[in-house]
Ligand binder design. Structure first.
Ligand SMILES: C[S@@+](CC[C@H](N)C(=O)[O-])C[C@H]1O[C@@H](n2cnc3c(N)ncnc32)[C@H](O)[C@@H]1O
Length: 261
């Protein structure tokens, strides 16, 4: 496993990484944008008044969407100061301050009381967490009895050499990736009844190719201007590795939903 810790990830999100991923994916920094958020909201049962905790919320794009479209109340948790500051500013700008708030903190030691949230939520970001067992334990702790855990994440879907895996994880700053059965086991181990465990890898490679093409095409000038040629080359090379691995069925995404028992 690459030696990546929370300090490496937050340093990256303080700088170029957060900006470039927003350029590629939009304010909701996950594959599939608001469509994926709508699907997860439906399967998680997010409704008017649902108290949602978005764990590793990034810029708060999904939190805004859930508040606007479902009438949910959303707390976002993220460990990067720049991401939380942006999320707070953007929330005030769109007038959602009465239903959406953010806290700076580590998902492995959440600054919330036990039994607080109806839905504990995450999208394409738990791959950054160094200890997923402890993460799921924390999610269970802060969920109300009978509450829901609902998340998507980037996962390993096929065998890989250590070198290949190291290259993918180091570029993305993932300490390691889970597999879908690995996440399913973690949910069960921490007392969740698994309601959905679905692989979403079918279109993962096409999303990766689209990101690679944007980097090499319309975004190239801006990335070079803002962050320099070396950052651009690193990005191009790293996304290339992900396109290759996705094409070969070695990486993808999954969606899991469980109920706290
Ligand atoms: C891809 S972004 C999140 C995108 C967000 N889920 C969305 O859909 O818009 C990943 C975020 O994870 C945060 N992060 C990484 N490790 C963390 C941890 N242990 N605790 C809290 N936040 C963390 C980073 O600061 C970054 O903002």
């Amino acid at each position: 496993m690459p030696d990546i810790n929370i300090g490496d990830v937050t340093a990256a999100y303080e700088g170029a990484v957060g900006v470039i991923w927003e350029m590629l994916m939009g304010e909701q920094i996950h594959v599939g944008g608001e469509e994926e958020t709508d699907i997860l909201a439906r399967v998680a049962g997010v409704n008017a008044g649902t108290q949602v905790l978005d764990v590793l919320c990034g810029l708060g794009g999904a939190a805004h969407h859930l508040a606007r479209t479902c009438g949910a109340t959303v707390m976002g948790l993220d460990a990067t100061g720049r991401m939380v500051d942006e999320a707070v500013l953007r929330t005030a700008n769109v007038g959602l301050g009465d239903r959406v708030a953010f806290r700076l903190g580590n998902a492995l030691d959440m600054p919330f009381k036990s039994g607080t949230f109806d839905v504990v939520w995450g999208q394409d970001s738990w791959c950054y967490v160094t200890d997923k067992d402890r993460l799921i334990r924390e999610c269970r702790r802060v969920a109300v009895p009978g509450g829901t855990i609902a998340f998507t994440d980037w996962i390993q879907t096929g065998p890989m050499s250590d070198e290949e895996l190291h290259g993918l994880n180091t570029f993305m700053l993932f300490p390691y990736m889970e597999t879908l059965p690995g996440y399913e086991n973690l949910l069960r181990r921490h007392g969740f009844a698994v309601r959905e465990c679905e692989e979403l890898s079918e279109d993962f490679a096409s999303h990766m190719r689209r990101y690679r093409d944007s980097i090499a095409g319309d975004l190239k000038g801006r990335i070079v201007e803002l962050f320099g040629t070396d950052a651009f080359r690193d990005m191009e090379r790293g996304i290339g590795l992900w396109v290759e691995a996705a094409d070969e069925g070695k990486v993808g995404r999954g969606r899991l939903v469980g109920r706290k028992q």
